[in-house]
Design a protein around this ligand. Structure first.
Ligand code: ATP
Ligand code: MG
Length: 497
């Protein structure tokens, strides 16, 4: 099966003076999965959006099954069998699953929308994909991963010849990833092709037949997956070899600083009787399976989840935060895992997003100084190595991974004493991950207390001093990072299942 489904030739695209894609060529074969890799801002999403009719290309040819195509909008692309699941999901959260599936193509009967038929089609679609979602559910009430599954089902429902998945697993649980891969493999057997964008090496090697690497808008490498390896891919991506995945964790934790005593929360999912103490200058990891209660724990420390009983003692003082503002006023900061909903102002500029949580400190004589805000934004954007043109740009003009860096930068501006980080490197490329690890260690050396949640086992083992493992919303144990391993963490994480 060596038939070519998609051929892209000499594709170029600029935003104003910024040349984002520079003469790129790529072919995708029928019934195959092509992995598309590259650093944050390399141009992966842009390339696929040119294909999908969201952006118009400046130069180049795209052909589908040997016929030249130039879709003017996503609807046209879908009608020709090209589907795309976006990195930042764009769904109508106040509508039902079925509404989202059929948006723009409601089946009608005698001129009215045929609800019964929509429901029936949705049900059979989900059952064919073995996805457990009730079509009548309102999107907002579902987890991000379930919403992602709906989006994938939608792509399938268009009878797509080629499906682009843009970092589809960044919010999926391990079991869901497994399910997604099963779906991908089934469809591949039926001749459907995929472009699979991901920063996760193991996934690329698991699911892809071929791999392509973009760097700074140029195609650096295309290869059958069997003819390459992780090191080759990394050096193609970053332009140099990266001999270490993790920096030396050489901070020295000081005295006890943050103590949680018998914390129990009020509302579902209830955390039960959690106690631990974290030191000043310590990097404290929180590990657990999805649903173990790690994010909920961070939220209750940050004042956004109601505490039923128990105590929080910070620097010897008993505190009980009323809300996140209160927590922030006491030197707490939190990077959330879902930036679009909790952390980011999408309609505003990079500068606004970086300065918004710290406005009082940019005042001169009682008036906000634009100069100071500009400088602050520049400072953090540089520290975080954000790939940007001007801090005046809308944050949505940045690539996904660069948006995440801006969110971290905004919290750094507040110089927090306690930094709560929920999956801080999600969606971030290998090179930038390393920089975030360095930053975490640097903050620890400055005496900050850091609690970091990560689902990636090597990462949590690579950058922490100690690790608390949660299981079924209780604390299963706390281990020294140097004296533990993956097996021990897994064992603890299933302790209360
Ligand atoms: N609408 C836009 N306006 C201006 N610049 C844009 C726009 N969309 C993308 N860019 C720029 O194009 C470049 C490539 O972005 P793109 O989103 O394609 O990167 P990516 O490879 O998908 O990165 P990531 O891994 O972070 O998702 C970035 O420098 C980005 O700032
Ligand atoms: Mg992207």
């Amino acid at each position: 099966m060596d038939e070519t489904v998609l051929e892209i030739k000499n594709l170029s695209k600029s935003f104003a003076k910024n040349k984002v894609l520079d003469g790129i060529s790529l072919t995708v074969k029928k019934g195959s999965v092509l992995g598309l890799m590259g650093e944050n801002g390399a141009g992966k999403s842009t390339m696929m959006k040119c294909l999908f009719g969201i952006y118009s290309k400046d130069e180049g040819q795209i052909s589908l099954l040997s016929k030249p195509v130039d879709f003017r909008n996503p609807k046209e692309a879908l009608e020709h069998g090209v589907a795309m699941v976006h990195q930042e999901l764009n769904q109508c959260l106040d509508r039902t699953v079925t509404d989202n599936l059929f948006l723009g193509r409601y089946p009608t009967r005698f001129g009215v929308v045929d609800e019964a038929r929509m429901l029936k089609k949705s049900l059979s679609l989900f059952s064919s994909l073995n996805i457990n979602v009730n079509p009548k559910t309102i999107m907002r009430t579902m987890s991000v991963s379930q919403r992602q599954m709906v989006e994938i089902a939608k792509a399938v429902s268009y009878d797509a010849k080629i499906i682009v998945l843009d970092e589809p697993t960044s919010s999926l649980t391990e079991r869901e990833v497994y399910k997604l891969f099963t779906i991908v493999k089934d469809l591949r057997k039926q001749g459907v092709s995929f472009v699979y964008i991901s920063h996760k090496m193991d996934e690329i090697f698991q699911i892809c037949d071929e791999v392509a690497v973009l760097r700074d808008g140029k195609m650096i490498l295309t290869s059958p997956i069997d003819d390459t390896d992780m090191n080759k891919l990394i050096s193609a991506m970053v332009g140099r070899s990266l001999d270490k995945r993790y920096p030396d964790v050489d901070n020295t934790p000081g005295e006890d600083f943050l103590e949680v005593r018998n914390l129990t929360t009020k509302f579902e999912p209830v955390l039960e009787d959690i106690s631990f103490t974290v030191k000043k200058g310590e990097i404290f990891g929180l590990y657990g399976l999805v649903g173990a209660g790690r994010s909920e724990l961070l939220e209750s420390l940050f004042g956004v989840r109601t505490i039923a009983s128990g105590e929080l003692i910070v620097g010897g003082r008993k505190l009980r935060f009323k809300n996140s503002r209160d927590a922030m006023d006491h030197g707490f900061a939190m990077v959330t895992e879902e930036r679009k909903l909790n952390g980011m102002f999408g309609k505003d500029t990079i500068q606004f997003n970086i300065t918004i949580t710290n406005l009082p400190s940019y005042k001169t004589g009682g008036v906000l100084s634009n100069r100071k805000m500009w400088d602050a934004a520049e400072r953090e954007a540089k520290t975080m190595k954000v790939k940007y043109v001007s801090v005046d740009e809308l944050i949505t003009a940045l690539s996904g991974g660069n948006q995440q860096k801006v969110i971290i930068g905004k919290w750094l501006e507040r110089q927090p004493e306690v930094f709560l980080m929920d999956e801080p490197t999600r969606g971030i490329d290998v090179g930038a991950k390393y920089e975030i690890y360095q930053l975490i260690i640097r903050m620890a050396k400055e005496g900050k207390t850091i609690i970091v949640v990560s689902s990636e086992m090597p990462e949590i083992l690579g950058i922490t001093n100690r690790i608390a493992v949660m299981s079924n919303r209780r604390l299963a144990g706390i281990v020294d990072t140097n004296d533990t391993d993956q097996e021990a963490l897994l064992r603890l994480s299933s302790k209360y299942l």
